[in-house]
Design a protein around this ligand. Structure first.
Ligand SMILES: C[S@@+](CC[C@H](N)C(=O)[O-])C[C@H]1O[C@@H](n2cnc3c(N)ncnc32)[C@H](O)[C@@H]1O
Length: 301
């Protein structure tokens, strides 16, 4: 799978990443036939590792009954939901409901990952009306790599609190810094209407104590909160590009005819992201990331 000829990769990547005036062939699939949920599934090693690690660490510490009803917020194409979450908790649950605001992701998830005990639904966690249908409904709520996309965190947490049963627990992990948000600021007016849907307000880094207080203000008792620093290496450029495109909520939300222009702006600005480094000698792209991990409970009355 990995490129053997790293010098060729270096050269290609250098051209790709520098301010070249000539258009360069994009090695990812052509825009018209891009299947973003499928691309996400193929390039989500990082997300699988993150979910797997926190489930291994936290599931044994959670208190479980039989026939629990569980929610997964921001499930994307549902691969992590089924292969990581469901596979670990299937014996304890009656139902796992997995939601995402992106209809394309849910369509794909229903087709690829829906089974008797897993149900996928379109839902925006910032929407208090749809959340209210599930008042005091879930024994556990999980969320993997979604919350860094949520603009109004206090509202989303209020909704999550409302949907959880008393005595229920939440386990969430998400990036401390969403690297896309700083790039959205430089896109220009043609993209404003699309940016506003994804990022109505600029989202800044929230320090740990403040993040904890968001959860406490919503009503939770925080059992554990920490920041985890790690890195991932991409050895092949196609995989890196597809990982970026498929994880970028804006890319899937802009019309197909604007995607090429959009992505060329994004490509030019990657190297301003401090978390991303490119090694000229090895051709490796390293993404240094930090995630919040939060385990909290809605205390029994
Ligand atoms: C990086 S993907 C994570 C998918 C999956 N949980 C995983 O770990 O692979 C983030 C997902 O969160 C969804 N999302 C972002 N904001 C959301 C919101 N306010 N309500 C519901 N889903 C949201 C996006 O549509 C996207 O599919």
């Amino acid at each position: 799978m990995f490129l053997k000829n790293t010098s060729l990769l270096c050269l290609f990547f250098y051209i790709w990443s520098s301010e070249a005036l000539e258009p360069i062939e994009d090695v990812s699939s052509s825009q018209n036939d891009e299947n973003i949920p499928m691309m996400y599934v193929n390039e989500s090693i990082l997300q699988h590792q993150i979910a797997s690690n926190i489930l291994t660490k936290f599931l044994p510490n959670m208190s479980w009954e039989s026939n629990e009803i569980v929610l997964d917020v921001g499930c994307g194409p549902g691969d992590v939901t089924k292969k990581r979450l469901y596979s670990e908790i299937q014996d304890q649950i009656e139902k796992l409901i997995a939601v995402d605001r992106n209809e394309e992701m849910i369509k794909f998830a229903k087709h690829s990952n829906e089974i008797t005990k897993i149900e996928f639904k379109t839902m925006n966690i910032e929407d208090s009306i749809s959340s209210s249908f599930y008042s005091n409904h879930f024994n556990k709520i999980f969320s993997f790599m979604c919350f860094h996309w949520v603009s109004d965190k206090p509202i989303a947490l209020k909704n999550i609190y409302l949907m959880l049963k008393f005595g229920g627990e939440i386990l969430m992990t998400f990036l401390t810094n969403n690297p896309f948000f700083q790039m959205y600021k430089i896109l220009g007016p043609d993209f404003d209407e699309y940016v506003k849907k994804i990022m109505p307000e600029p989202v800044l880094f929230i320090p740990k104590e403040e993040m904890k207080s968001y959860f406490e203000t919503a009503g939770f008792r925080v059992i554990e909160v920490y920041i985890h620093n790690k890195s991932i290496e991409y050895l092949e450029i196609k995989h890196f590009i597809d990982a970026v495109k498929s994880a970028d909520s804006l890319y899937s939300n802009i019309p197909i005819n604007l995607r090429e222009r959009y992505f060329s702006i994004i490509k030019e600005n990657f190297w301003n992201i401090p978390e991303l480094t490119f090694c000229n000698e090895t051709g490796k792209i390293t993404y240094n990331y930090s995630t919040y991990v939060i385990h909290a409970i809605k205390e029994k009355l």
